[in-house]
Design a protein. Structure first.
Length: 483
C-alpha cells in the first residue's frame, strides 16, 4: 500500500472519530429539546406539590425577579475633596457632567444598562432578562423585526462589561489629559446572580438588589484611583482576553475570603493595529466562539416557537443536523475556523424563512432574519452579506461557486446518504403531502429515485462519507415500488 493510501486511510479514521463525536453531541442536543417539555412539566408538578410555586407567584406579584447571571460594573467618582479648593469649581462640575455622559454612552455601546446612581457613583449592568413576556423576534408584514428592548442573558456579557470598563478608564484618562480636571474613577466588576425589583420605569425596568450588588460596590472601593478591580468569577470568564494581576485578598462574610484581580490591559495578541481596528483577529475569533452559543440559543428557540407544528422535516432537528454537518465537513475540508463559524451561523438561519412563508422563496426570507438579527450581535455588513450568500446557495438546483457554498449544500442534503434516509424521507413526504405538494407515495418514490440519481456531493468529505450509501438508498426505494 502506498504512502498516499495510508495517509488517506488515516484521514478517514480521524474523520470517523470526529463524526462520531459530533453525532454524540447532536444526539445530546436533540435529547435536550425533546425532553424539555416533559422536564418542565415535572418541575412545575414538584413546585405545586411543595407549594413553592406560590412563593414564586407572590414574588412576581411584588415585582421581584431572580436573575441567574448578571455582569455588574460599579464606578466610584473621586475629586470632590479637591473641588472645594478650586476657583473654577463650576467649570469642573461641567467637566464631571461630560464624563458621566461619556461613560453612559460607552455603556450603551456594550449593551449595558444604567441601573442606579448613588450620589455620583453609578451602577451599570448587562445580562438582565427584560420583557420576557415579549418575543425578541417578530414578523410584521412579512418582515423580520428584532426587538432590542427585550434584553437577554448572554455568554459575552462579562467580556462586554470588561471592555466597557477598560474603555471608560481610557476615556477618563483622555479627558483628564485634555482638561487638567480633578476627576478620576475606580471601577469594580462582578458577575453573578442578582435579585431585581420591578422599578416601573422604561429606561430602568429593574432595581438590582442582593449581596452581589454590595460585592461589586466594594470591589470598586477596594480599587485604587484609576484601577479596575474584579471578582474571581469575572476573572475566570475574561482572562483569555485581558492581562490580569492578583491584587489582594479580602474577607467575605460567611464565605471566608475572596481574591481580587486587577484588570491591567488587553492581551497583546488581542489588540488590533489601529484605532479603527482596536481588536485583533484572535480577539474576534475567541469572541465569536462565545457569541455563536448566544446566536444558537436565540435561533433554535425562535424556530421552536415560530415554525409551524406540521413541519416534520424542516424543523429544529434538521437545523441542528445541518449545523453539525457543516462543522464536520468544514473542518475536514481544511477551512479556517472563521469560515466554519460563518457556516454554522448560516446553517442556523438557512430555513428560518419557512416561518414567513413555506416553500419556494424561503431562502430570501431567511436572509431577512439574518439582516434583522445579526447587526445586534455586532456582525459587520461584510460578514452578513457572506452569510446571506451561503444561505442562497442552498436554493435548488445547486450550483456552488466556492468551497463554503459546497459545504452547506452537502450538509443540507446529507441525509441522502445516511442510514436513516427512509424515515427522514418519509417525514419530508408527510410535510409536503399535508400541503398538497406531492401525489401518491409511489409517485414520491419515483421522483426520489430521479432526484438522488441526479444529485452529487461537491466536497471530498461528503463524497467519501455518503456517496456509497446514497447509491444503496436508490435500491431501497426501488424495492418499495410495485413490481
Amino acid at each position: 500500500m502506498t504512502d498516499n493510501s495510508n495517509q488517506y486511510l488515516n484521514q478517514l479514521k480521524e474523520l470517523g472519530k470526529r463524526n462520531a463525536k459530533l453525532s454524540e453531541s447532536l444526539a445530546q442536543l436533540l435529547s435536550q429539546y425533546e425532553n424539555v417539555s416533559t422536564n418542565n412539566e415535572q418541575y412545575q408538578n414538584l413546585l405545586r406539590e411543595f407549594g413553592l410555586d406560590e412563593v414564586s407567584r407572590r414574588q412576581q406579584q411584588k415585582g421581584i425577579r431572580q436573575f441567574r447571571m448578571v455582569s455588574m460594573l460599579y464606578i466610584v467618582v473621586y475629586g470632590f475633596r479637591e473641588l472645594s479648593r478650586l476657583e473654577d469649581a463650576g467649570k469642573q462640575l461641567d467637566i464631571l457632567d461630560e464624563i458621566i455622559f461619556e461613560l453612559t454612552d460607552i455603556s450603551r455601546k456594550y449593551n449595558m444598562m444604567k441601573i442606579a446612581t448613588v450620589g455620583d457613583n453609578i451602577l451599570f449592568a448587562s445580562g438582565i432578562p427584560t420583557h420576557e413576556d415579549e418575543a425578541q423576534v417578530e414578523i410584521v408584514d412579512d418582515n423580520v423585526v428584532f426587538n432590542t428592548e427585550v434584553s437577554k442573558e448572554t455568554k459575552t456579557s462579562p467580556i462586554d462589561a470588561s471592555l466597557a470598563a477598560y474603555e471608560m478608564m481610557n476615556k477618563v484618562a483622555e479627558i483628564r489629559q485634555n482638561t487638567n480636571c480633578v476627576w478620576n474613577i475606580s471601577v469594580g466588576l462582578h458577575t453573578g446572580p442578582a435579585m431585581g425589583r420591578f422599578a416601573n420605569q422604561k429606561a430602568v425596568p429593574y432595581a438590582l438588589q442582593g449581596y452581589n450588588v454590595l460585592t461589586v460596590s466594594r470591589l470598586a472601593l477596594c480599587a485604587n484611583v484609576g484601577e479596575i478591580m474584579m471578582s474571581p468569577m469575572t476573572n475566570a470568564l475574561v482572562k483569555e482576553f485581558f492581562i490580569m494581576e492578583k491584587a489582594c485578598t479580602i474577607p467575605v462574610k460567611y464565605s471566608g475570603t475572596m481574591d481580587l484581580y486587577q484588570l491591567k490591559d488587553l492581551r497583546p495578541e488581542m489588540k488590533g493595529d489601529s484605532e479603527e481596528n482596536p481588536y485583533s483577529e484572535a480577539f474576534d475569533l475567541s469572541y465569536s466562539r462565545l457569541q455563536f452559543m448566544d446566536i444558537q440559543e436565540l435561533m433554535l428557540d425562535t424556530l421552536e416557537k415560530m415554525l409551524p407544528a406540521n413541519l416534520y422535516y424542516h424543523n429544529v432537528k434538521h437545523t441542528i443536523d445541518v449545523t453539525t454537518e457543516v462543522e464536520l465537513i468544514g473542518w475536514s475540508e481544511g477551512l479556517p475556523e472563521t469560515d466554519v463559524l460563518l457556516l454554522k451561523v448560516a446553517a442556523l438561519f438557512h430555513d428560518t424563512g419557512h416561518i414567513i412563508k413555506y416553500g419556494a422563496g424561503h431562502e430570501e426570507n431567511s436572509c431577512k432574519f439574518v439582516q434583522a438579527i445579526l447587526p445586534n450581535f455586532k456582525y459587520s455588513q461584510e460578514k452578513i452579506d457572506k452569510i446571506k450568500r451561503i444561505i442562497m446557495a442552498t436554493k435548488l438546483p445547486h450550483q456552488p461557486n466556492d468551497i463554503m457554498e459546497s459545504v452547506i449544500q452537502d450538509a443540507d442534503l446529507d441525509y441522502l446518504g445516511r442510514a436513516d434516509f427512509i424515515p427522514v424521507s418519509n417525514d419530508l413526504y408527510r410535510e409536503l403531502k399535508e400541503r398538497n405538494m406531492v401525489g401518491t407515495i409511489d409517485q414520491w418514490n419515483e421522483n426520489q429515485i430521479k432526484f438522488i440519481s441526479a444529485h452529487q456531493y461537491y466536497t471530498k468529505t461528503a463524497h467519501s462519507l455518503r456517496e456509497v450509501n446514497k447509491q444503496i438508498q436508490i435500491e431501497r426505494i426501488k424495492a418499495q415500488l410495485p413490481q
